[in-house]
Design a protein around this ligand. Structure first.
Ligand code: AMP
Ligand code: MN
Ligand code: MN
Ligand code: MN
Length: 294
């Protein structure tokens, strides 16, 4: 692999890059080692692990790659939950120093917010007629970041719902009966901490927030003003209109472009590195780290 500059963008197109993925350390289905194995099998060149509000997969994955002598380049990452205008916006930190004290402090605050939200969700689900969901969901989180996906899985496993999505649609999604407003940090805090940790701040999946174009523009304007570096504009399953809109935002706001599958577990719809192609006109986020892609 060679250093990639803008003039070599044709060459970067041949790199298989996936900058958004999860492990069992949050709500993914694979251990860090299993995720690395899958990336190697899928011939991924550059992979970022970006678990929700935790970096605990990173040392495990890095050590495993070293032990196995794999050529896979791992980018140390995190996906930080934030609240903006009542919406939960995810900010991905890439190429971070995951030992950074400010980052560790933010993670500890976010974990506390996750724990108190989970207790409150448990109470609300009890009022909906589901007993003991906190304990059942907590057991599924196996000591990692405690997410709503664990509640969805617990409800599914006991046969209360026929698919996990129903948990969000009926109970724990925004505005539903067991939804609890989270105490996440602000976008500004997430960006600042990522920068303190030497990383690059990327807005995760802007097309998935169910925002009108007008609100999306407000969000991108603020993200840029607060020092954000890039938008995740390439993800599986986007319409052509969405692709064009995202590219236009990158060009207009001079933001770098990121791409990732948001892989959680093997499924029919998406997988590591699948259906990801950086548009020619975009400036890839990895141009910011020429020395890391050697
Ligand atoms: P949390 O960060 O604890 O709010 O958990 C949200 C996670 O649940 C997301 O990262 C997704 O992996 C998963 N999820 C699945 N379906 C949905 C949905 N409809 N809305 C929000 N999250 C979902
Ligand atoms: Mn998730
Ligand atoms: Mn996300
Ligand atoms: Mn994600």
């Amino acid at each position: 692999m060679t250093i990639m500059s803008t003039t070599e963008s044709k060459e970067t197109q041949t790199l298989r890059v996936d900058l958004h993925s999860h492990t069992k350390c949050s709500d993914g289905g694979l251990t860090p080692e299993e995720l690395v194995e899958r990336a190697v099998n899928f011939q991924i060149d550059v992979l970022a692990i970006t678990d929700h509000d935790t970096v605990s997969a990173l040392d495990i994955a890095n050590n495993y790659i070293k032990d196995k002598n794999y050529g896979l380049k791992l980018i140390n990452g995190i996906e930080i939950s934030t609240v903006w205008e009542g919406f939960e916006i995810h900010i991905v930190g890439l190429n971070i120093d995951h030992a950074n004290p400010q980052l560790r402090e933010l993670i500890s605050n976010q974990q506390e917010a996750r724990e108190s939200r989970a207790i409150a969700i448990g109470h609300k689900l009890q009022k909906c007629g589901f007993e003991g969901m906190y304990d059942k969901a907590k057991a599924l989180s196996t000591g990692g970041s405690f997410t709503r996906a664990h509640f969805a899985k617990a409800l599914f496993q006991q046969g209360s719902i026929s698919k996990m999505q129903t948990a969000f649609d009926k109970y724990i999604g925004k505005g539903k009966r067991a939804y609890v407003k989270p105490n996440w940090c602000s976008i500004q805090e997430a960006i600042d901490v990522i920068h303190s940790a030497g990383g690059t701040a990327v807005m995760a999946h802007p097309v998935r927030y169910d925002l009108s174009t007008k609100w999306l523009r407000r969000l991108v304007t603020q993200f840029k003003a607060e020092g954000g570096d890039g938008l995740e504009i390439v993800l599986p399953q986007m319409s052509n209109d969405q692709r064009q809109l995202m590219l236009n935002f990158c060009l207009e706001y001079e933001l770098h472009a990121s791409m990732g599958s948001d892989f959680h577990y093997p499924s029919k719809w998406s997988d590591l590195g699948r259906n990801l192609r950086m548009p020619d006109k975009a400036t890839p986020i990895w141009n910011l780290w020429p020395n890391s892609l050697n």
